[in-house]
Design a protein around this ligand. Structure first.
Ligand code: 5AD
Length: 345
């Protein structure tokens, strides 16, 4: 097989066979320059040189789940728990709005206290105060009815990484109460309801193989998400995966390019995790085909507590100064941050 021919075909048809994805993954070192070139071409066609920003608000680190890789997993007794109040969340959104954010991403663990009533109230309050802004939720698995209520309250988008589409792999990352089938059903329900939906994976998670990644790419191709979160796995010291190595920035960037080619108009973030394992990782993600950055708007006091993995990048984008610096960095690589909702084009 010739990686150039495969990438050319992917650019045109947006689809490859499983074994072809596998070949690209296994030859990503040679293929990455060419994939990046094609991915940048594709993203420019849809989004020119613009980069969307999303204000990330980490609303709670309480979680009922025990995902083996995650620092805020239920059984981590070393984690100091917090939960933002409605007023604190609204205040984050106000600060963000003044800075130019037009999408707010409310992310948190699966916290019982954020039941439908509480969360719908928060969503509708944000939408009432900022009717022209988009609200994205990232609060895990919920019932169809719950998702529907959140949608009706005004939520526009939902992020729920599938983590891996391989059942055996999923089992090695999660306790047995958590089911891949449920995760996928959630993603399908979200789509049915009308959300713009994001799935995604960690790159280099324990027991991941080229085969499981190839299947993830095929899943992304068939599911056709509006957004896709792809970031390196980074070990957390209080988890059983503490001695596993971090995922590779090279492979992460290569996969960003491939996903861009699978769905040229996809909203593709250059993740905080990528920026955390490599200086200028986020810029590199943009140069590989990503078109979204999600700076943190969470209050200074709780930010370090939302520790999914160690050495998480702490940018100061809640301040005008921090955002100016980000803008400068993005401009220095030939791109431009824009102020709008940043919907799929
Ligand atoms: N390293 C990288 N990403 C992680 N996530 C959770 N734990 C880690 C980790 N140790 C990611 C998961 C989850 C998202 C919110 O954060 O993919 O879906």
């Amino acid at each position: 097989m010739d990686y150039r021919k495969l990438i050319d075909r992917l650019s045109e048809m947006h689809s490859l066979e499983l074994n072809e994805y596998l070949f690209l993954i296994e030859n990503h070192k040679e293929a990455s320059d060419y994939a990046r070139e094609k991915a940048v071409e594709a993203r420019k066609k849809h989004y020119s040189n613009t980069v969307f920003i999303r204000g990330l608000i980490e609303i709670s680190n309480h979680c009922k789940n025990d995902c083996y890789y995650c620092g805020i997993r239920k059984s981590n007794t070393q984690c100091t728990r917090y939960r933002l109040s409605k007023e604190e969340i609204l205040e984050c959104a106000r600060v963000g709005y003044k800075l130019g954010f037009r999408t707010f991403v409310l992310q948190g663990g699966e916290d019982y206290r954020f039941n439908d009533d509480a969360l719908c109230d928060i969503v509708s309050s944000i939408k009432k105060e900022f009717p022209r802004c988009a609200v994205t939720l990232s609060v895990g698995e919920r019932s169809f009815e719950s998702y529907k209520r959140l949608y009706d309250a005004g939520a526009d988008r939902y992020l729920l990484r599938h983590e891996t589409i391989d059942n055996e792999h999923y089992r090695k990352l999660h306790p047995k109460e958590m089911l891949l089938s449920n995760r996928i059903e959630c993603l399908e329900n979200l789509k049915k309801i009308g959300f713009q939906v994001g799935c995604g994976i960690m790159v280099g998670s324990p027991y991941q193989t080229s085969e499981t990644i190839a299947k993830d790419l095929k899943f992304i191709e068939t599911f056709q998400p509006d957004m896709c979160g792809i970031g390196p796995f980074i070990p957390h010291k209080d988890t059983q995966f503490k001695d596993f190595p971090s995922g590779s920035a090279d492979l992460t960037c290569f996969l960003l390019s491939i996903v861009r080619l699978i769905k040229p108009n996809i909203l593709l973030p250059s993740t905080t995790a990528l920026g955390s394992i490599e200086e200028s990782g986020r810029e590199r993600g943009i140069l590989s085909g990503a078109n979204v950055i999600m700076p943190n708007l969470s209050p200074e006091s709780t930010r370090s507590l939302y520790e999914l993995y160690n050495n998480k990048l702490h940018t100061g984008c809640e301040s005008a100064q921090g955002l100016r610096e980000l803008k400068k960095k993005i401009e220095s690589i030939g791109y431009k941050i824009v102020v709008n909702r940043g919907d799929v084009k």
